[in-house]
Design a protein around this ligand. Sequence first.
Ligand SMILES: NC(=O)c1ccc[n+]([C@@H]2O[C@H](COP(=O)([O-])OP(=O)(O)OC[C@H]3O[C@@H](n4cnc5c(N)ncnc54)[C@H](OP(=O)(O)O)[C@@H]3O)[C@@H](O)[C@H]2O)c1
Length: 277
Amino acid sequence: MESYSTTKWWDADTVAVVSGSNKGIGFEAARILAEQGLTVVVTSRNEDLGKEALAKIQAAAPGAKVLFHQLDIADPFSIANFAQWMKGSVGSVTILINNAGFAYKGNTFGPEEAKTTLGVNYYGTRQLTEALLPLMKPPARIVNVSSRAGLRSIVRSPELLKRLTGAATTPQLDELAEEFVSSIRAGNHMAKGWPDTMYGVSKLMLSLYTLQLAGQLKDKGVVVNAMCPGWCRTDMSSKRGTKSAAEGADTAVWLALRPPAEASTGGFWGERSAIGW
Ligand SMILES: NC(=O)c1ccc[n+]([C@@H]2O[C@H](COP(=O)([O-])OP(=O)(O)OC[C@H]3O[C@@H](n4cnc5c(N)ncnc54)[C@H](OP(=O)(O)O)[C@@H]3O)[C@@H](O)[C@H]2O)c1
């Protein structure tokens, strides 16, 4: 079994939630955390697929406490329902891996598609995080599964980049996300300096949110980081890629399990190393 931490600071009552854990990188992260002996909450927007994943993880980690609940992060009602269940049935969360993500295939591009992409990767991740924050107990960790496709270098306009990195609050970030969508609708997103990638912008927004949140929670015992899993053979990549889904999950799990004394906040990571934003 892979080594994830020099100190085993968790036990069977330490709760980890993984969004989108019915398949791909999220499934592997949930499986590994269960094998490490944590209580793991598997979530999926589709109940049947989620329950299938639950059974597979229970078989891979006999004796571990593995639970399932439906969760669609694009649906505020589903998020509220999930948070209420977590509060009533589980009680607390120590680790949140925001893994659920979405990308259109091929050349699909448009304002509604941009809204959908941002709706899952940025707004949905943020809403789930905000819903679970009251349940997070130190030493807590939030790991946002972002992507190198959302590095700041995708923004070619220095003025726009300055506005993006200067956004100090989530309403300011939301305003910029809405600006991206309306510029696509107006047919001038490139002229306004936006990159031609809905997925990239959604992950850039997620990374910017990660930094804001890390700053807000710095003194509250909640460590917040973003990471890129690398190019992994999952449904999102149409099973192409240089890494397996388990290899892609490695850095997310490593960040989640770092010993409290070593766990830093506000970083962007890949292959267990800090990489630039
Ligand atoms: N694969 C790569 O090369 C790569 C590279 C960089 C970053 N990433 C990121 O890694 C994460 C995992 O992706 P993956 O490669 O494992 O892809 P995947 O196999 O397609 O898995 C994506 C997961 O997210 C779930 N999901 C999508 N929309 C959701 C929603 N509204 N609510 C809840 N769950 C939702 C999916 O559920 P359904 O089964 O219901 O669709 C699925 O469980 C994503 O955030 C992705 O952006 C992947």
